[in-house]
Design a protein around this ligand. Structure first.
Ligand SMILES: Cc1cc2nc3c(=O)[nH]c(=O)nc-3n(C[C@H](O)[C@H](O)[C@H](O)COP(=O)(O)OP(=O)(O)OC[C@H]3O[C@@H](n4cnc5c(N)ncnc54)[C@H](O)[C@@H]3O)c2cc1C
Length: 430
């Protein structure tokens, strides 16, 4: 059996549903394929959606989308075995339109976004796995073959099938990912009454906080932890560099347990009912792992192209997926308008990405990946900062030292050569 469309989009995550929505709105016939029972049923993330990318496509989407809480505070925590330091930032502006970010639950949000693509005219086929790309005699890709052998023909295919993109790998558009380019995210969703969440996190009704943690609980494995507030649940998880993790012989759930045992986290989740446990890979190689983005008849968007920005302080993927899905669809629409579906024409997608925040930000933070591979960030420096503050605030009846003397002393304990090397590396990264 075989059917034909102007565009086939594989994967109804943020990248794929956006691409399908934008292309269908412009009048292309679009098939949107999703292997899950419904969009979002197989998806997880931290997670916070930064609003800017979707707001461009669906203005004021936050008035209708299934969102959890507007994120009005950001807390960055350094943790050692015995101490913790929090930098807590809040701004009233973050509680007002157009907002900066919302916590979302993917099974609800992805379903809603795919519904917007359907409303625009895209055909959504769930429980449908694209097995491989069809390659025509000319070498151009011409659609996909499904698990049951059905062929879906289209002059343009957008692969938005996530970090494991089978299609990109099979088509040779992307080399196999190395473990040091991947992080593993493990997350537990824990239910608590909304007023308890607000009380424990110091929030106004309906508002949310995004808390990230770096420190000793990862036992030197590159990565960190997060707590996000949803309406009636907390998302608590760790993200760990896969290469480091396998060297450490720690299991990811062990690291999550260590994090949950941190006294302040234990207080936060006390009495919460476990709802869900999930794990997912994150492509974290940044600009260094961007593959061939367009070929004759095919483009890659979202995680399948490795579009995740981990700057250490921000983890952005969903917004990059949405912008890249939009740009891939706009490139396809323009190619149809020009009557030119050649590789060169679809190649304009890369230029559009370079002019957008997607490749611009990945390029700006191209040093982040190697900087964050330094395990002193997770062990030595949190300890150094904690000891510095401990000495500053402890009143013991003995003569005090000036701040710079304390700082020099503690940095000296790190080792001057390492401290200087890290300072130089951080300048390249920051
Ligand atoms: C633990 C964790 C925390 C994160 N936190 C954040 C955060 O706070 N903020 C943020 O912006 N990003 C975060 N991310 C990253 C973010 O989740 C991704 O960057 C984003 O989901 C990418 O969207 P996508 O549409 O490209 O891919 P996905 O969301 O992975 O969607 C791919 C879709 O394709 C479908 N699919 C796959 N293969 C096939 C096939 N062969 N046929 C048909 N369908 C197929 C899948 O079922 C899925 O629905 C986090 C990720 C993890 C793992």
């Amino acid at each position: 059996m075989s059917t034909a469309y102007d565009l086939v989009v594989v994967g109804a995550g943020p990248a794929g549903s956006t691409a399908a929505l934008v292309a269908a709105r412009s009048g292309l016939t679009v098939a949107l394929l999703e292997r899950g029972d419904h969009p979002g049923s197989k998806n997880m993330f931290g997670g916070v959606l930064h609003t800017h990318s979707l707001n461009e496509i669906i203005p004021r989407f936050y008035e209708e989308a299934p969102l959890e809480r507007a994120i009005t505070r950001r807390v960055i925590n350094l943790v050692t075995d015995e101490a913790s330091l929090a930098l807590d930032f809040g701004h009233r502006k973050l509680a007002r339109p157009p907002y900066n970010a919302f916590s979302i639950i993917r099974s609800r949000f992805d379903r809603w976004l795919a519904g917007k693509a359907q409303e625009a005219g895209a055909l959504l086929l769930t429980r449908t796995v694209a097995q491989e790309l069809i390659r025509g005699r000319s070498g151009a890709y011409e659609g996909v073959v499904l698990q049951d052998g059905t062929e879906i023909h289209a002059p343009v295919t957008i692969c938005a099938d996530g970090v494991n993109s089978l299609l990109a790998k099979k088509a040779g558009l992307r080399p196999p990912l190395r473990t040091d380019q991947l992080a593993l995210g493990v997350k537990q969703t824990l239910a608590l009454p909304p007023d308890v969440i607000e009380d424990r996190c110091g929030l106004q009704a309906g508002e949310g906080v995004d808390m990230i943690y770096i420190g000793s609980f990862t036992r030197g494995v590159g990565g960190g932890a997060f707590v996000y507030t949803n309406s009636r649940t907390l998302s608590v998880g760790v993200t760990l560099n896969l290469a480091d993790l396998s060297r450490s012989r720690l299991r990811p759930e062990q690291v999550l347990e260590l994090f949950l045992e941190e006294p302040r986290i234990a207080e936060l989740v006390e009495g919460a009912a476990p709802r869900e446990y999930s794990a997912h890979l994150i492509p974290e190689g940044g600009a260094h792992m961007v593959p061939t983005l367009a070929h004759h008849g095919v483009m890659l968007a979202g995680d399948s192209a490795g579009f995740v920005l981990n700057s250490g302080l921000n983890l952005e993927g969903a917004n990059l997926a949405i912008t890249s899905g939009r740009l891939a669809a706009e490139t396809a629409v323009q190619a149809y308008l020009d009557g030119d579906l050649s590789a060169q024409s679809l190649g304009r997608y890369r230029t559009a990405l370079e002019q957008s925040h997607v490749l611009a930000d990945l390029h700006t933070f191209k040093g982040a990946h190697s900087f964050l591979a330094n395990n002193r960030i997770y062990t030595t420096y949190p300890q150094t900062v904690a000891s510095f503050i401990e000495e500053v605030i402890t009143v013991g009846g003995t003569p005090k030292r000036r701040l710079h003397a304390i700082a020099l002393d503690h940095l000296g304990k790190v080792g001057w050569r390492d401290a200087l090397r890290d300072l130089v590396a951080s300048r390249r990264y920051i």
